[in-house]
Design a protein. Structure first.
Length: 217
């Protein structure tokens, strides 16, 4: 049995953390799509540590909002997780902080959305090193790069980034999320891309990503 199901059946929390120290790589967008799909399968709570509070605004616009908690600091987070029994999904801002380093330690799965832009790739090495240090303590955690917002015809980024991380403890999800305008109107409508257009390409990609997250947890 994988760790997600094992933990939830034992009434222990499973934490997914969307992180990348580079701003604008797609953390909040992916978090909106994925958390609301996962919340249909598991008892899910989200915590919004992004200063822009986009997840919170998106959730407030949903017909059926997800569970969320407002957490101030590391102490409150540890306290919350001590009593939590479900899936907890955390969005963070594009910066390094003491709090984000604590979440790296508490997370079971770290998802790092990044595109093929220099901006996202620059700084990834440093972040990967931080994750490697974290995994010396949390040997049971997993980290995955999610290739996000690439051109619809791009065939090389997945291969190149997989090669780039091949000697590290970081993996790359098989699923790739391509650039599509459907991702740009989530917050204002409170709907993810699956709910917006079930048979669209972005919807298929997000469903595939959700499946991969569950299988690889
Ligand atoms: N697959 C995609 N296709 C099209 N647009 C996308 C996609 N993913 C993200 N975007 C757009 O890219 C921009 C940045 O995305 P987002 O806000 O999710 O990044 P972020 O990593 O959360 O940023 P921050 O570090 O500031 O919190 C947004 O305008 C969003 O709509
Ligand atoms: Mg964000």
């Amino acid at each position: 049995m994988n760790k997600l199901l094992e933990k939830l059946l034992s009434k222990l929390p499973y934490v997914i953390f969307f992180a990348h120290q580079k701003g604008g790589s797609g953390k909040s967008t992916t978090c909106m799509n994925v958390s609301t799909e996962l919340s249909k399968k598991f008892t899910t709570t989200f915590i919004d540590f992004d200063n822009l509070q986009q997840m919170t605004k998106y959730n407030n616009n949903r017909e059926e909002p997800m569970n969320s908690v407002v957490i101030k600091d590391e102490k409150e987070l540890e306290q919350f997780l001590r009593n939590d029994k479900g899936l907890t999904i955390i969005d963070s801002g594009g910066y390094d902080s003491d709090l984000s380093r604590v979440i790296l330690l508490l997370a079971d799965m770290i998802i790092i959305p990044m595109s093929d832009s220099d901006n996202d790739i620059d700084g990834f090495g440093e972040f990967a090193h931080l994750i490697e240090k974290t995994f010396e303590i949390r040997t049971d955690s997993k980290a995955f790069v999610l290739i996000n917002r690439i051109h619809h015809a791009d065939k090389s980024t997945h291969r190149d980034l997989t090669k780039y991380v091949e000697n590290t403890i970081i993996n790359v999800f098989d699923t790739v999320v391509r650039d599509n305008k459907l991702h740009k109107r989530l917050l204002s409508t409170g709907q993810n891309v699956v709910e917006k257009q079930f048979f669209s390409k972005p919807s298929k990609e997000i469903q595939s990503l959700v499946q991969e997250i569950i299988e690889k947890a």
